[in-house]
Design a protein around this ligand. Structure first.
Ligand code: ASP
Length: 311
């Protein structure tokens, strides 16, 4: 169970039982998030620090609000405004934060494996808020909460994950989670943005987006990760959006009640057009709300051992 662990580094190492434990608690936390009394004492006396080496809007803010709703002392560091700019190593920065009595460090970093490296070297619990192209576990968990709420569960669902699969930590975490929970996954994107041999991870793989979308119960669109592309991997944005973008015609290939999702930030008119982003089947706003609920649940579970030991 997550409540027995120190860190949340990836979905890969969670069991289906642990995923359900988080989603059940996140469902309860959502009531707090939507109420006019967003105050729990859960993290009273504990401190939470976010350490972000890459940009973020949703993930960082939702962790910060989740910490505040649960009465933690919380603080944020962006690498761009810190001693990282003066050449301090991740290890030294991590030690410094640890030595201030921090209980949980939430880190986003451009290198795959950075969160597990930090976790091995600090006393604080570490939550991976995205490590390079590897994993973004809380994103997959909030996506799962959204799917569970609207589809009732995962067994037998067909989920299409579309776009820049190669560079997407969101795609990887979602694939692990959906496989563990009994959904089937079809990935699709330009050949240059599909990882070689991705089928071996447990999915169908296409370069024809329509084949992945056909009959899908859920469509998760991905942002093109220009910051991770070392060379131009597709001809033009216009061609990308014509061949791979989600529009009304493509959406019509999916199940009639298919959910449309996107982790954000969305590039309107590139991976999806505005008509689809704002349509009734789009649950992008709800994903954002669920992001706070899921992060509250994770913070609660990861601090339970410590809180119980203190009594
Ligand atoms: N916000 C997500 C991430 O950090 C998705 C994205 O940036 O495209 O991975």
């Amino acid at each position: 169970m997550l409540s027995e662990k120190k860190d949340l580094l990836g979905i890969k190492e969670l069991t289906a039982g642990e995923i359900s434990e988080i989603l059940d608690l996140a469902g309860e936390m959502k009531r707090v998030v939507l109420s006019n009394d967003k105050k729990l004492d859960t993290l009273k006396g504990l401190s939470v620090v976010t350490l972000f080496y890459e940009n973020s809007t949703r993930t960082r803010l939702s962790f910060e609000l989740a910490s505040k709703y649960m009465s933690a002392a919380s603080a944020n560091i962006a690498a761009s405004g810190s001693s990282v700019q003066k050449g301090e190593s991740l290890l030294d920065t991590g030690h410094t934060i640890d030595r201030m009595g921090t209980d949980i460090i939430i880190m986003r970093h451009q290198s795959s494996g950075a969160a597990s490296f930090l976790a091995k070297n600090v006393r604080a619990g570490v939550i991976n808020a995205g490590d390079g192209m590897n994993e973004h576990p809380t994103q997959a968990l909030l996506d799962a909460l959204t799917i569970k709420e609207h589809k009732g569960g995962f067994k037998g669902l067909r989920v299409a994950i579309i776009g820049d699969v190669l560079h997407s930590r969101v795609a990887r975490s979602n694939l692990y989670l959906l496989n563990k929970m009994g959904a089937s996954v079809a990935m699709a994107g330009p050949a240059t943005l599909m990882p070689k041999g991705v089928e071996a991870l447990g999915c169908e793989a296409y370069t024809d987006v329509d084949k992945a979308i056909a009959g899908a119960d859920v469509i998760i669109n991905l942002r093109i990760q220009l910051e991770r592309q070392k060379s131009a991997l597709f001809p033009t944005v216009r061609e990308y959006s014509a061949r791979f973008g989600l529009n009304e015609n493509r959406l019509a290939l999916a199940a009639p009640d298919a959910l449309v999702m996107h982790p954000g930030p969305v590039n309107r008119g590139v991976e999806m057009n505005s008509a689809v982003i704002d349509c009734e089947q789009s649950f992008i706003d709800e994903q954002v709300t669920n992001g706070v609920s899921v992060r509250m649940a994770v913070l609660d579970l990861l601090t339970r051992r410590k809180r119980n030991a203190a009594h």
